[in-house]
Design a protein around this ligand. Sequence first.
Ligand SMILES: *Cc1c(COP(=O)(O)O)cnc(C)c1O
Length: 369
Amino acid sequence: MKVGRYDYEGQIDDWPTLLAAIERVLRGGDYVLGEDVASFERELAQFLEVPHTLGTNSGTDALILAHRTAGLGKGARVVTQANTFHATAAAIHLVGAELVLVDADPHSFTMDVEALQALDGNKLDAIVPVHLYGRPCDMDAITAFAESHSLCVIEDAAQAIGARYRGRRAGSLGDFGCISFHPSKNLAAAGDGGAISFRNGTKVAHANALRSLGQVAQNDHQFVGYNSKLDTIQALVLRVKLKQLDSWNADRRRIASAYTERLAGLPMRFQSAPEHIEHVYHLFQIRVERRDELHRTLQAAGIDAVVRYPVPIHLQPAFADCNFRPGQFPVSEALSRELLALPIRPGMPDDEIDFVADQCRTFFGTTAD
Ligand SMILES: *Cc1c(COP(=O)(O)O)cnc(C)c1O
């Protein structure tokens, strides 16, 4: 049996209608920030329960533009978690800000809020909580810390579109939310794409100019900006899929709870998800000591399990100039050695879940009861 992580074919119900819309755009030439992008930005804002969103080239660009919109650049100090995906830290570095890291929490696998609270808030400018694997960070503590020190909050919601924290959407909890539509994410474009969500509508015009080379009107460049816009074809694909995202995310939760049930009793731990959090399981992570061995065993059985991420930010060569050291963030280092993502995709049938769980049980020498 093969157990895969994606089913792109199954994400579109009505191919002829989508293909006809794509053909219309191809023939018409409204390729970049076309009418469908404007419609998608409105629909996404409605979905995220925010006043406004803007489409960008990628989730990485959404992060860069959010930092620039917030005025974060040289001289600013921005804190994120050491176990995030590379792009979070790269965006902070690329705008010229100083990258500050805190460790991950061993249960939530997201930002350790006690480590955050131990920092001198007066020496910080912004926090980038990463809702890693689809689980929102502990935003009560993060928001309280941000408010007491007047810090900007930029949510990296690239893996968590649709998730909720105390009923509110990930991406609507900070000053800015950054979303990715990379094909691997829960809402997948047909290529790269991203978006910024705004809690405060007054920042939208500036961000809009930033994504268009600083243009405020045709040929009127008020500052040096970026060229980072969403393509119309991507918006067509995303508009169709956005309608199904909540039901897909609910299905991811069904699969996650089936895994949790079938894997109970094995020497492994799962990412915590308390009642007030609606996890969207971008990845279903298990924490196991014999990770690499189990990974090889599952792969040999045709199961597309993956390691996300094997090297924490502070140990990556790209950030060598930041003077981090091995051992500085022990939880992130342990997670980089022990996390394994099992396949999860909407529509995944029970027999595939059972097969994965049985392979894990066999590996640990216990059979299902
Ligand atoms: C995917 C991802 C990004 C970057 O998004 P891209 O669209 O690939 O540029 C940023 N942060 C996290 C946590 C991600 O998973």
